[in-house]
Design a protein around this ligand. Structure first.
Ligand code: NAI
Length: 275
């Protein structure tokens, strides 16, 4: 979807790992809409090399930054402003990782070292990014920061493990920092609560296939794709949403407001041999 919504705007995109990543699609959408961007990811992810394909396509430079390192983030802000020739207008935080999820360690018998890493990488990193941006005065007035969340922040999905707690913290940071950055510099901070999406991070959650299908059947519009999420992020970066801040916005085809759907009831009746 291209309408030059971001013409003349500059931004930083975190988290494009491969072509399935929500950040990858968002980079493509932002550039198709006229933006100039810098891409960033953890040094270990850059070593995969995939991001260079995207960088070429988007005519963007890549700067490595571990989102749990304040020094890396300070460097990222300075270098991005040098490359882009000034402050940025938008930042996408599309970062998530839980060592407990990766190692299938159950929530009720968690490893707390891992738990702290989950919170640091997946939630506190948003605070670090915002703090580094504020310190460097790297975002223009009316700029927009978007982070990606999931409905497990509000309701329990057992396979989501400690990522649920991380998302609750992430959404809270968006509200808290959004308040401060709004009064200080008119910078907006929101989270987008996205449908289950087939990506490296998404597919790592136990039972992902089943709850992907479940959400598809529950949502009146079906699951939102990564491409649709990317277009929504582009809109949130644009001037059309300039009074929107401190919100968690459900981008989920209606899942969050559906109690049960006829398709789920039919499936259960079939399973019970009633049809
Ligand atoms: P992905 O695996 O493509 O992206 C996750 C990214 O986080 C990767 O690029 C990875 O390199 C980066 N990352 C991990 N540790 C990092 C660190 N220390 N510093 C910097 N970057 C780091 O998967 P996806 O799905 O595109 O994930 C993006 C965001 O969307 C995450 O916040 C995820 O929780 C969220 N989300 C995903 C859903 C899904 O079903 N895939 C649903 C709702 C939200």
């Amino acid at each position: 979807m291209s309408s030059q919504l971001l013409k003349g705007k500059k931004g930083i995109i975190f988290g494009a790992l491969d072509e399935r990543s929500i950040a990858w699609k968002t980079a493509q959408s932002a550039v198709a809409n006229g933006a100039q961007i810098v891409l960033t990811n953890a040094p270990i992810a850059l070593r995969m090399g995939k991001i260079n394909e995207l960088a070429k396509e988007c005519n963007a430079e890549v700067i490595g930054a571990d989102a749990t390192s304040d020094a890396d983030l300070d460097n990222l802000m300075q270098k991005s402003m040098e490359i882009l020739g000034g402050k940025v207008d938008f930042i996408l935080h599309s970062i998530g990782m839980s060592p407990n999820v990766r190692k299938s360690i159950p929530y009720t018998n968690t490893n707390h070292e891992n738990f702290l890493k989950t919170l640091d990488i997946s939630a506190l990193s948003l605070h670090r990014v915002l703090q580094a941006a504020m310190k460097a005065d790297a975002i223009n007035e009316w700029g927009s920061v978007v982070a990606l969340s999931y409905i497990a922040a509000q309701r329990t999905f057992p396979g989501y493990n400690d990522m649920a707690d991380a998302k609750a913290v992430l959404e809270s940071i968006a509200r808290s920092f959004g308040y401060h950055y709004g009064f200080a510099k008119k910078v907006r901070v929101n989270t987008v609560s996205q449908s289950p999406t087939v990506t490296t991070a998404g597919s790592g959650v136990s039972g992902f296939d089943v709850f992907y299908d479940y959400a598809e059947k529950m949502s009146p519009l079906g699951n939102a794709s990564a491409e649709a999420c990317a277009d929504f992020c582009t809109m949130l970066f644009s001037d059309f949403t300039r009074m929107l801040t401190m919100q968690n916005l459900f981008h989920d085809g209606g899942f969050s407001n559906t109690g049960v759907s006829a398709r789920i009831i039919e499936d259960m009746q079939k399973a019970a041999g009633q049809q």
